[in-house]
Design a protein around this ligand. Structure first.
Ligand code: UN1
Length: 500
């Protein structure tokens, strides 16, 4: 039996368990991409509401900045515990709101738990350096201080993980958060907010550290333009980034951008093809092609391209597309009809350029009003314009190369620079690729998607240059001060300057 008979009840129940009481109604209709069911109606926030939320967060900052970082870490530890407790509730909401298959939805929640662990450890490791001073009796050091309120703008496809990368780190760094989730995924946001508020109550953290503001681009604009928002961390399209970045820059605010990707993998003659096919299929077809890290271009050596295409085509034909709640389904719905139109138009343009669809690319009929497609595998005669664009749908373009220099040149010849990989058993090829891929993420013998939280996540060029999550990404959420301390009785000036 299909378990989706009452998605609305399921959403309300999962939200209830997370501590959210659904309001009676409002202008924002939340529908499930699974079958088009209206899950809830929520009120939208006005510019005034956003102003109040930012004011509240700014007041909370005055208190939170003085709480020692390891003590701030206790809030994130408690949040992590609540996420463990409510993992299945949140995962259910992710499937309902985004259409991810349960395993990927649970993986997204695990990503949140992982980043909480990371942030708790980080709360005792916000290290600054000390440098030798050129002056006797002097000490030079840098210290890191809380930055201010962080505005988080997130996208539909990772509705909760991207929030957690920002929020877990921001909180240990001493920064409150005002979050504008995607308009299509407000329910998961309300669940996260409720859990964080509970964690704050449990550990006695100040009121007002976290706010969710719901609305369209005008709500985002309020965050972008408000000087009390010290950092705008925005995930979404390149178009959105082009609007956000100059406005934040105009007020000398700080911006962290995670924009589009057009990720590629190179497959060389020495590649382990069993592993390659599995890696490619997960990266290209997983999440129905709706990750910013989704594999969109496959650059294969001429000597093996026919075999590789045949094997991926075969794997594609075995992929079950359908209702994500159904057993065995690996590819859920697209988020909207618009996504399908974008996919259709990209496939038409690819065909006009001489591309040949080898597998998929068909609309799949699944009960209800969901938008389902079979992932497309398209052989292209070259890297035409459409291949250089990010289409947020499951299309994998296959290109052919003769020597590695050509493959790497093709790889880098797109405007985006998020994730990349090479499948090879030749160490020289692997190292050449790692040193020359122009992306923020470069992998060997795994696909482009599914990064762990421990590394810095983000990319170059039109991807926006931001880094989030692990490694030293926390530095974007703090203010660095350089301190010179004179513990001598003299006042020597730097650079040997004499004055009087
Ligand atoms: C995104 O698609 O916006 O690396 C984030 C990945 C996930 C995060 C994706 N850990 O695919």
């Amino acid at each position: 039996m299909n378990a989706t008979s009452d998605l609305r009840t399921r959403a309300a129940a999962a939200l209830g368990r997370c501590g959210v009481d659904l309001p009676d109604g409002g202008a924002l209709a939340v529908t499930s991409p699974v079958d088009g069911t209206e899950l809830a109606r929520l009120p939208l926030h006005s510019a005034e509401d956003v102003d109040v939320a930012i004011g509240h967060a700014a007041r909370a900052f005055e208190q939170w900045r003085d709480v020692p970082a390891p003590v701030r870490g206790r809030l994130v530890r408690r949040l992590g515990e609540l996420l463990v407790e409510h993992k299945s509730d949140l995962a259910e909401l992710v499937t309902l709101e985004v259409g991810k298959i349960p395993s990927e939805a649970a993986g997204e929640v695990q990503e949140m738990i992982d980043v909480c662990d990371f942030a708790v450890g980080l709360s005792r490791q916000l290290y600054g350096r000390t440098m030798p001073s050129e002056r006797p009796g002097h000490r030079l050091m840098e210290t890191w201080h809380p930055l201010g309120v962080v505005g988080v703008i997130s996208a539909f496809n990772f509705p909760v993980a991207v929030w957690s990368w920002n929020t877990a780190i921001a909180l240990v760094c001493g920064d409150p958060v005002v979050w504008k989730p995607s308009e299509t995924t407000p329910l998961t946001a309300l669940a996260c907010d409720a859990l964080l508020r509970r964690a704050a109550d449990d550990v006695g953290a100040p009121d007002g550290l976290h706010h969710v503001v719901l609305g369209d681009a005008t709500v985002g604009e309020s965050l972008v333009d408000d000087p009390r928002i010290a950092l705008v961390s925005a995930t979404g399209s390149v178009r959105m980034g082009r609007l956000v970045a100059p406005r934040v820059a105009a007020r000398f605010g700080r911006c962290l951008l995670e924009l589009g990707g057009n990720n590629a993998a190179i497959v060389t003659p020495s590649a382990d093809l069993d592993l390659t096919v599995r890696g490619v299929v997960f990266s290209a077809a997983g999440t129905a092609g709706q990750r910013c890290t989704t594999l969109r271009r496959l650059i294969v050596h001429r000597s093996i391209v026919d075999t590789v295409v045949e094997r991926i085509g075969k794997a594609y034909s075995g992929l079950r597309v359908g209702n994500p709640f159904d057993e065995g389904v690996l590819v859920g719905p697209l988020v909207s009809e618009k996504s399908y139109e974008a996919m259709r138009s990209a496939l038409d343009r690819a065909a006009a350029d001489g591309g040949v669809v080898v597998a998929g690319g068909e609309r799949v009929d699944v009960s209800g009003n969901g938008v389902y497609v079979s992932p497309a595998l398209v052989r292209m005669p070259g890297q035409t314009e459409v291949v250089q664009e990010e289409t947020f749908a499951p299309i994998l373009y296959v290109l052919t190369y003769d020597d590695l220099d050509e493959a790497i040149a093709l790889h880098n010849a797109v405007p985006q620079g998020l994730s990349s990989s090479i499948f090879t058993l030749d160490q020289r090829e692997a190292e050449q690729f790692l040193s020359r891929s122009d992306c923020g993420i470069a992998n060997v013998n795994i696909g482009t998607s599914g990064a762990e939280i421990g590394g810095a996540f983000g990319g170059e060029k039109e991807t926006g240059g931001g880094r989030e999550s692990g490694s030293d990404s926390w530095k974007a959420y703090m203010r660095r001060a350089t301190n010179t301390v004179n513990y001598s009785t003299e006042l020597p000036l730097a650079q040997g300057v004499e004055f009087g």
